[in-house]
Design a protein around this ligand. Structure first.
Ligand code: TRP
Ligand code: SF4
Length: 325
């Protein structure tokens, strides 16, 4: 069976955009591949090194989101990057063979340097971010890597680094392929992209009451002022949610909106019911997990151990090839 590795930085709780995009594909993949899912806490530190305070809580929160969304520790290895020191060792060795210009011309790097102006990112570690990521992937000999579009340059670099290693030291690493996770057409409450920083997200850990309240805040077609005015569902956030969570009735919703037969208040209530139906099994699993908080620590420890076995086997071979130890 082929291996899959993916990672997420523990920057906070996950929202519906994550659930319908990347998490859904993780859950599908755990039955088809030998999966490794990693909390990339060292990667989080490349940008948040001044304030590492949130990382432990966020790591636990991330595992809870994963498990409640349906990831199963009996199928996939879930672990924490910093608990498997081989990641640091491979990062070091790969950094020896990675030319700096490869990193400097990385478009994701250039973009982030421009955008994240409140942080000093002129660090060695931030420049080396993709080398750390290449190490994550190659340690597990991953053939496939589910990622978002913005991570594509990092996968390209991973392949280039793998090729260079194989050239110098003999064929060892497979060149991993990306699986692009489709970001669903799921806007935030205000119609912009759903994002924690815009404060417009519905979280997968939100309770039903919170979802009802947030559905009430969704932006609707501004041309539809009164209940019986005809509306334009294509200009409405509520309708975008009907498309995803109420696909069967979406045609009716649109037609009734256009004809003026449908009021926004009822339309929002109906969509909240559907979102809550989607989230209920996830909430039930989370409640189960919360009954026994000690268990999650044991589960993480177990995942770390299993990751180490693979990582250690790869490093033995890497050291041998590089004439170390
Ligand atoms: N850089 C990825 C991100 O921002 C997280 C990540 C770290 C990752 N290591 C990885 C993703 C390895 C895929 C494979 O979101
Ligand atoms: Fe949006 Fe529904 Fe109101 Fe139409 S009726 S504008 S789809 S909330």
């Amino acid at each position: 069976m082929q291996s899959v590795l993916s990672g997420m930085r523990p920057t906070g709780k996950l929202h519906l955009g994550h659930l319908e995009g990347v998490l859904k594909s993780y859950v599908d993949m755990q039955d088809k591949y030998n999966c490794y899912f990693m909390v990339a806490d060292w990667h989080a530190l490349t940008t948040d090194y001044e304030k590492p305070g949130q990382i432990p809580e966020n790591t636990i929160e991330m595992f809870k989101d994963w498990l409640s969304a349906g990831l199963n520790p009996e199928k996939a290895v879930m672990f924490v990057q910093s608990a498997v020191k081989e990641h640091a060792e491979l990062f070091l060795l790969l950094s020896l063979i990675t030319p700096v210009p490869w990193l400097e011309r990385n478009p994701t790097y250039k973009e982030q340097r421009q955008e994240l102006t409140t942080k000093d990112l002129s660090t060695f570690g931030f420049l080396g971010y993709p080398v750390l990521q290449a190490g994550d992937i190659l340690l597990y000999m991953a053939a496939k890597v589910p990622i978002g579009e913005d991570q594509r340059p990092h996968l390209e670099l991973t392949r280039e680094i793998a090729r260079r290693f194989n050239n110098y030291y003999g064929e060892l690493f497979p060149e991993p392929q990306e699986i692009l996770t489709q970001y669903p057409k799921l806007p935030g409450l205000d119609g912009r992209k759903m994002s924690k920083s815009y404060n417009n997200a519905i979280y997968i850990s939100d309770d039903a009451e919170t979802v009802n309240k947030k559905a009430g805040q969704m932006f609707t077609d501004p041309a539809k002022v009164r209940k019986n005015d005809p509306g334009h569902p294509e200009n409405c956030v509520v309708c975008a949610f009907h498309k995803i969570y109420n696909a069967a009735e979406c045609g009716i919703v649109e037609a009734e909106c256009r004809s003026g037969a449908r009021g926004c208040v009822d339309c929002k209530k109906a969509v909240a019911v559907k979102i809550n139906e989607r989230l209920q099994p996830i909430r039930d699993r989370r409640a189960e997990i919360d009954k026994n908080p000690e268990k999650i620590k044991g589960m993480i420890e177990d995942g770390n151990k299993r990751a180490r076995v693979t990582a250690e086997a790869t490093m033995k071979e890497v050291r041998k090839r590089m004439n170390l130890g």
